[in-house]
Design a protein around this ligand. Structure first.
Ligand code: SF4
Length: 215
């Protein structure tokens, strides 16, 4: 994608959705951290279903510790990989209580030191909870960035760096939401819905997918 097309690409996504939000439900940085930690290889809807029952009972590190491992597992049993996620979440809560006064730290280093928290999760928390211009590259963003030519890269880190270089400053804060939603609902994995894509004119992908009736 030519550099001159990137601003109109994002302006078009913004016009359709001026204030994009994560689909995970949360009210505090800690709730967001828990939701993102639980969301690996799970749907946001599945995570929301579990956290709607968990958070009213326990939405602080100490309250989760007080549930105990088995108590926590009872709330998240419907989520894939829940035994590992439960162990990681308990260990993370212990560190938050012992080293951070029960608060979610605001630095990448401290976030990535938490069990179960990788670069992507740290980027989501820094961006969504603390408003930093980070770019959490998930499977949707990786695909959309490569397919459109917006920010090609061979692995998520390369795409993240390319996005941070190429996305105009004014769109950086919300870019990751727009790209995730675009990848989830329009530029989908198997057959991108090019025929109804608002940013088709800026996208390098060829040939564009025709409407179903024309195939
Ligand atoms: S035109 Fe097709 S490939 Fe390009 S962004 Fe839109 S849906 Fe994706």
């Amino acid at each position: 994608m030519k550099a001159s097309l990137i601003a109109p690409f994002f302006a078009t996504l913004k016009a359709a959705n001026p204030h994009p939000q994560t689909e995970l439900e949360f009210t505090t940085p800690f709730e967001l951290l828990v939701a993102v930690l639980l969301s690996a290889q799970a749907t946001d809807a599945g995570v929301n279903k579990a956290t709607r029952k968990l958070f009213p009972v326990a939405n602080t590190p100490q309250a989760i510790l007080d549930l105990g491992l088995e108590g926590l597992e009872g709330y998240i049993r419907s989520i894939g990989l829940y035994p590992t996620k439960a162990r990681n979440l308990m260990a993370t809560c212990r560190i938050l209580v012992e080293a951070h006064g029960g608060a979610v730290p605001r630095t990448r280093e401290a976030l990535e030191a938490l069990p179960g928290v990788g670069r992507k999760t740290a980027n989501v928390v820094l961006n969504v909870a603390f408003g930093e211009e980070t770019m959490a590259v998930d499977t949707h963003i990786f695909r959309v960035s490569n397919r459109t030519g917006l920010a090609p890269g061979k692995d998520p880190l390369a795409v993240e760096e390319a996005l941070l270089r190429r996305v105009p400053r004014e769109y950086l804060g919300d870019a990751h939401h727009w790209l995730i939603l675009h990848g989830r609902y329009v530029c989908v994995a198997r057959t991108p819905r090019c025929w109804e894509c608002a940013v088709a004119q800026f996208c390098d992908f060829k040939p564009k997918t025709p409407p179903p009736a024309a195939r």
